[in-house]
Design a protein around this ligand. Structure first.
Ligand code: FDA
Length: 306
């Protein structure tokens, strides 16, 4: 119930204003978000890659209905890519993009604009020698996002995408995308979804994750195991035991289980950290609270002790 309430709040303008205006929220937000600007993002990247981990950077923002805002997001990614190159990080750092932040939901020609905007980001990423992964939002966007992925891959075959194990369709999507050159970031899924399309029970989601992982690991693509769940990470290790360590990777979110991230990297695996930055942190932050009651307790504790 708490998860549902927090996910509903993640899309409420009124709660957003309240949470954003509370100065005490800041220290808690900092646990999950690198900082407000590109300088913070590049500095965090430097810290993470220094101990052998990799990074994917997310310029925060989503659900825009404003073409100018979508264009500003593209500019922010282009600036980020330039600065990553200047700092010498493009070998270990890539970017993650939410299509709804670059125009997918615009009332006129949304998909077309999102495709063109994503194309500009991919072109800039390719020019500095790095890659782009498309984040996945709620299930109403899955077909559109996979369609845009297909179009982008014609010119940029290294573009990856996220698939969400809680969706009933995802096992088949994993099979379809388990081909040479395909990069799939498999996560459990973070949105509020109806039972008609998504498993509701945690055990069913975990079982689906394992089936999806098996499909990806059996294929010829590049699986990206995005989870903090120790059981799933152990299963991924077993399934990958005949693969060389450069044909798959583990991924976790910034601020979550950093010691485990370092342990996995030190054991000779690729470990990539998803680093979000920017001032549009509200939706992302609320989804992190919804994932784990302990995060809510941490948030509430900080309100009374800060
Ligand atoms: P879950 O939240 O069920 O946690 C499982 C176990 O992990 C816990 O029981 C505990 O043992 C351990 N654990 C989790 N958090 C911990 C903590 N803070 N401290 C200690 N232990 C902890 N979602 C989406 O819908 N679209 C997307 O595009 C993405 N992108 C994405 C990228 C990356 C790199 C990651 C890692 C995740 C995403 N997600 C996402 C989010 C994802 O769908 C999911 O909501 C979270 O990763 C949480 O799920 P877990 O697999 O970690 O398991």
């Amino acid at each position: 119930m708490l998860r549902s309430a927090l996910l509903a709040a993640s899309r409420s303008g009124a709660v957003r204003e309240l949470v954003e205006r509370t100065p005490l929220t800041r220290p808690v937000v900092k646990r999950f978000i690198s900082g407000d600007d590109v300088a913070a993002a590049v500095a965090t990247t430097g810290e993470v890659v220094a101990d052998g981990r990799y990074v994917t950077l997310d310029h925060l923002g989503e659900d825009t209905r404003d073409a100018a805002q979508a264009a500003a997001t593209v500019e922010a990614y282009l600036d980020l890519l330039r600065k990553l190159e200047l700092a010498g990080h493009t070998e270990r750092a890539e970017v993650s993009v939410k299509l709804s932040a670059v125009g997918q939901f615009l009332p006129v020609d949304g998909e077309k604009i999102a495709l063109e905007n994503a194309r500009r980001i991919c072109s800039a990423a390719g020019a500095v020698g790095t890659t782009v992964t498309l984040d996945m939002e709620d299930h109403t966007t899955t077909d559109s996002t996979l369609g845009i992925l297909r179009e982008l891959r014609v010119d940029f075959p290294w573009v990856g995408a996220v698939l969400q194990a809680y969706l009933k369709r995802t096992e088949q999507d994993c099979r379809d995308l388990a081909h040479v050159g395909s990069r799939v970031r498999l996560c459990k899924g973070a949105y509020q979804e109806p039972a008609s399309v998504a498993f509701q029970d945690k055990t069913d989601v975990d079982r689906s994750y394992v089936r999806c992982l098996k499909a990806l690991m059996a294929g010829a693509g590049y699986p990206m195991v995005a989870s903090h769940d120790p059981r799933l990470i152990a299963i991924a290790g077993e399934l990958a035991k005949d693969r060389s360590p450069d044909t798959y990777e583990y991924q976790m979110l910034y601020g979550i289980r950093p010691d485990e991230q370092r342990r996995i990297a030190a054991a000779g695996n690729r470990m990539r950290v998803y680093v979000p930055y920017g001032d549009q942190w509200y939706g992302y932050f609320m989804r992190r609270l919804a994932e784990r009651p302990a995060n809510v307790a941490f948030f509430l504790r900080s309100l009374v002790t800060t």
